[in-house]
Design a binder for this molecule. Structure first.
Ligand code: UDP
Length: 324
């Protein structure tokens, strides 16, 4: 297949490109390199520099003919989206609509979306399955939900096949060390822990110590990015062969607290990793853990790299090397 990865030079996109290349697909990457890196574009990939707000450039690249678009270009800092929503409206919502419209105009039949568990908001029950009501607590989550709904309209109106992949917390690095460009100014827990371990930050701020969880800190479902990437391949195969659309969770089904992550990072790195408690971050639920039963049953997807040890040690290997 000929697959265009939009936002493919970023953290998740690079891992997705590895999976498609490994099975011999033709891979193109469209990216503005605002947070992705040129060095993440692997040999054999055709690179198109462009922004998802530049409709002329999008059209030029879409007219080259693609079997599928994998859309990974989005801002993703939940905290920032509450302070600067316009940035998220424009890039995440307008940018996604531009891509959907180009798919229709250029007869690209399949669309895979990086969606997010943030669409659910504070869970009413755990684990969260796809039947759980959607009620995003932060604006970032709302942007993902809005795109999902547009995809559903375009499925009904224009026959676009889509897969919305609701990621839980993407983490870890490919074991072969193919991805070398680290995220700039990360806001997510594990990269922040790693930057503290290598001395780039003074300490980790732990957002909240009084949640109703086993140790008072937030619980999340961390899923290895290589597992997430294989989910994209399986989802695309499903929608293209079945001519059906799909919305599925991709999570490890295991909840880990901030302190559990921190302690494993201390153990694996042998570093002290100073941490201080600070207040809760607005929009953060106490616990969020997936049920991935649908992905298992419909796609035959199983997370095989998502143990705590595998996530932390693969991440530490990259941070240690990049900063030594
Ligand atoms: N977190 C934290 N300090 C940080 C970043 C995150 O304590 O510097 C906590 C956050 O409150 C949540 C968990 O770590 O409980 C995962 O947050 P992250 O931003 O990585 O992902 P999210 O679940 O918000 O998408």
């Amino acid at each position: 297949m000929k697959v265009l990865l939009i936002g493919g030079a970023g953290y998740i996109g690079t891992h997705v490109s590895i999976e498609f290349l490994e099975r011999g697909d033709t891979v193109g990457i469209y990216d503005n390199l605002s947070s992705g890196h040129k060095e993440n574009i692997l040999p054999g990939v055709e690179f198109y520099r462009g922004d998802i707000l530049e409709t002329h450039r999008l059209n030029e690249v879409f007219s080259l003919g693609w079997d599928a678009v994998i859309h990974l270009a989005a801002f993703k800092a939940a905290g920032e989206s509450m302070l600067n929503p316009a940035k998220y409206s424009i890039n995440n919502i307008t940018g996604s609509l531009n891509i959907i419209i180009e798919c229709i105009a250029n007869s690209v039949p399949n669309f895979v979306l990086s969606s997010s568990a943030a669409v659910y908001g504070e869970p009413a029950y755990l684990p969260v399955d796809e039947e759980h009501p959607v009620n995003p607590e932060n604006y970032y989550g709302y942007t993902k939900l809005a795109i999902e709904r547009h995809l559903e309209w375009y499925r009904k109106l224009k026959g676009l096949n889509y897969a919305s992949l609701r990621y839980f917390n993407a983490a870890g690095y490919d074991k072969a060390g193919k991805m070398t460009g680290l995220e700039r100014e990360p806001a997510n827990l594990i990269p922040v822990v790693m930057e503290t371990a290598v001395g780039k930050r003074k300490h980790l701020e732990i957002f909240g110590q009084d949640y109703e969880t086993r140790d008072g800190t937030g619980i999340r479902d961390y899923v290895h990015v290589t597992d997430l990437a294989s989910g994209h391949v399986k989802a695309l195969d499903y929608i293209s062969s079945q001519k059906k659309s799909l919305t599925v969770n991709l999570g490890s089904e295991e909840g880990l607290s901030v302190l559990e992550i921190l302690n494993e990072a201390r153990r694996v790195s042998g570093k002290e990793i100073p941490a201080v408690y600070s207040g809760r971050r607005p929009g953060d639920p106490a616990s969020l853990v997936a049920s991935s039963t649908s992905a298992r049953e419909l796609l035959g997807w199983t997370p095989v790299n998502s143990s705590l040890e595998s996530i932390i040690s693969s991440t530490w290997a990259v941070y240690r090397k990049q900063t030594s």
